[in-house]
Design a binder for this molecule. Structure first.
Ligand SMILES: [Zn+2]
Length: 559
């Protein structure tokens, strides 16, 4: 064998080996097997990627037969990496880190496994706090596949008993679609269904049915649409599964125009920082005004969502010929069920309608924007709007108010994250600077934003535009006992707590002078350790509730 031949053979063997190793590595990743967290057949009330307010749904919501207290089993070997207790969100959640670099998260649980429950309780009592976020050492709570790690519940921001099951990349907290691992437990032969189609003219560059406004069409009555210039499309759709009446997010949307793919989305992985970009993917204005979700087949310049695949046109279609343009949407779910929707846009040459005049300033995607008026300073950092938008600022003078009212109006425009806002204080009816807060109004709704009063300015960070003014809260929270007459018999001590202005900041409950753990659940303080109340023994329950402006209410009850 010549040297060259030898080299070639060796090279081939090496390439072969490398190939084998690579395929081994890939198949190792592909063969991760997760078991079911429940002993009963699975049904979902939500899937991964379902459209939600300010986020994609990050996991699977598994129904628990309408009741709480079902054992939750760990889906693979690993260790308890984190335990979190909070008022909203997942309420109580347990995180298991697995050797494959993924973490499984179990949310809204009623109770943790006894050892973990004890660990959490010890922390809560030592720190006199219900809310906690703990990271036990890996050696502390190792778990095996099938171990009971919790009991299912309805805790936190949950509208009914279910388990929120999530998979994340441990290193980055990237949310992963669990469906590929769990579809073997589910059945789905139903394709996604659309309800509406939408065609949008690009502002100032396109026209749809003679107007610079969008055109919405129910799929049942879709007909010919006339347009000219730059336009893009959108679709309102949901997915269905077998054996339930729930509706789900559509896993994949593809738009073809004259058989050319112009837009494609597949919701399989979302980074925490991408989550709010859902507000750019969907027609945010439509959502705010009508509650309807429309997925736009257009990627705005500031939208960094990796799950949206577009060419250099970002999904925009240029209608520049007087002919028919054939639009075809293909919707697909996780199980490969597909449905197609077609409609025709007819090019009709026409002049673009004049836009209404605008004399305000612009919030820009590509740079920090500082908006200043007497008594107002707003900074919108680069990338915090997803497209350039005009901003109108109205100042509403108020000679007796703490501050003027400032209307920051950019239509229904989402902000990506918190923007610093400062409002000048004109009157100080109380001298304590802690009593001031920023009041945000949006139509009939109003809510507090907590910041700091310094040198005549109230400074806070806002995540939405709207109407802002500075207000004072000197009114302490209200505590109302719930079913007090039954406390003695049931030991189920509950108190409704409410603060109209700045909101509840903290609470503590003492029984016979000793701290007893209560949790704030959907506005009600609920005892967590009924055992601390002995039957047939008189007790004194003392409650202290503080609002965000430091106003305090103390109440005492005898049982
Ligand atoms: Zn969920």
């Amino acid at each position: 064998m010549s040297e060259l031949k030898k080299f070639r053979v060796m090279y081939k063997i090496q390439v072969c080996l490398l190939g084998c190793l690579l395929s081994l590595a890939c198949s190792a990743k592909d063969t991760i097997v997760y078991s079911s967290p429940f002993d009963f057949p699975l049904l979902l009330s939500a899937n991964f990627g379902e459209l939600r307010t300010n986020h994609f749904h990050n996991g699977l919501d598994i129904k628990t037969k309408g009741s709480v207290g079902h054992p939750v089993r760990c889906i693979a070997d690993g260790y308890v990496a984190r335990v979190a207790v909070q008022h909203g969100g997942y309420g109580q959640a347990i995180y298991i880190a697995h050797p494959n670099g993924q973490t499984s998260v179990y949310g809204h649980v009623l109770r943790f496994a006894p050892k973990v429950e004890r660990f959490v309780r010890n922390y809560q009592y030592a720190n006199e706090t219900f809310v906690c976020n703990l990271y036990p050492k890996p050696a502390m709570f190792p778990v095996k596949k099938g171990d009971i790690i919790a009991w299912s519940g309805n805790e936190g921001a949950s509208a009914g008993p279910h388990l929120h099951l999530e998979l994340r990349k441990t290193a980055t907290d990237e949310y992963l679609n669990p469906m590929p691992y769990f579809k073997k437990y589910l059945s789905d032969t139903k394709a996604p269904v659309a309800t509406h189609l939408a065609v949008y003219p690009v502002l100032g560059q396109g026209v749809v049915e003679g107007s610079y406004r969008k055109k919405m069409i129910p799929v049942a009555s879709v007909s010919l649409i006339h347009a000219w210039g730059k336009i893009y499309a959108g679709i309102s759709a949901k997915d269905l599964m077998n054996n339930t009446h729930n509706v789900y997010g559509v896993h994949s949307v593809t738009l073809y125009v004259d058989d050319k793919k112009v837009f494609h989305s597949v919701t399989d992985a979302v980074l925490p920082d991408e989550n709010r970009m859902i507000n750019s993917f969907v027609d945010f204005d439509e959502r705010v005004r009508t509650r309807r979700w429309i997925m736009r087949s257009y990627k705005e310049p500031g939208n960094r969502l990796r799950l949206l695949k577009v060419g250099p046109e970002r999904g925009i279609v240029t209608v520049s010929e007087e002919r028919d343009y054939h639009f075809r949407y293909v919707l697909e779910d996780d199980f490969g069920n597909r449905r197609t929707y077609r409609f025709t846009v007819r090019g009709k040459k026409q002049s673009l309608p004049a836009l209404p005049p605008f004399e305000g300033e612009w919030l820009r995607v590509s740079r920090n924007t500082i908006v200043q008026r007497p008594g107002l300073e707003l900074m919108v950092p680069k990338g915090y709007v997803y497209t350039d938008v005009p901003l109108d600022v109205h100042v509403i003078p108020d000679s007796v108010g703490v501050s003027y009212k400032y209307v920051l109006d950019a239509g229904n425009t989402p902000l990506h994250s918190y923007c610093p806002l400062a409002i000048g204080v004109r009157n100080m009816p109380v001298s304590n600077p802690k009593k001031y807060y920023l009041k945000q109004q949006d139509g009939k709704w109003s809510g507090p934003v907590i910041g700091k009063l310094e040198k005549g300015w109230y400074r806070a960070k806002v995540r939405a535009l709207g109407t802002f003014s500075v207000a004072v809260d000197t009114v302490p929270p209200v505590i109302t006992p719930v079913e007090r007459t039954k406390w003695k018999a049931t030991r189920n001590i509950r108190m409704k707590v409410k603060d109209e202005a700045s909101g509840i900041a903290a609470y503590k409950v003492f029984v016979d002078g000793k701290f007893v753990l209560f949790g704030l659940k959907k506005g009600v303080l609920v005892i967590q350790d009924k055992e601390k109340i002995k039957r047939g023994v008189p007790h004194v329950v003392k409650v202290i509730v503080t609002d965000c402006c430091g106003n305090e209410t103390r109440k005492q009850f005898k049982i």
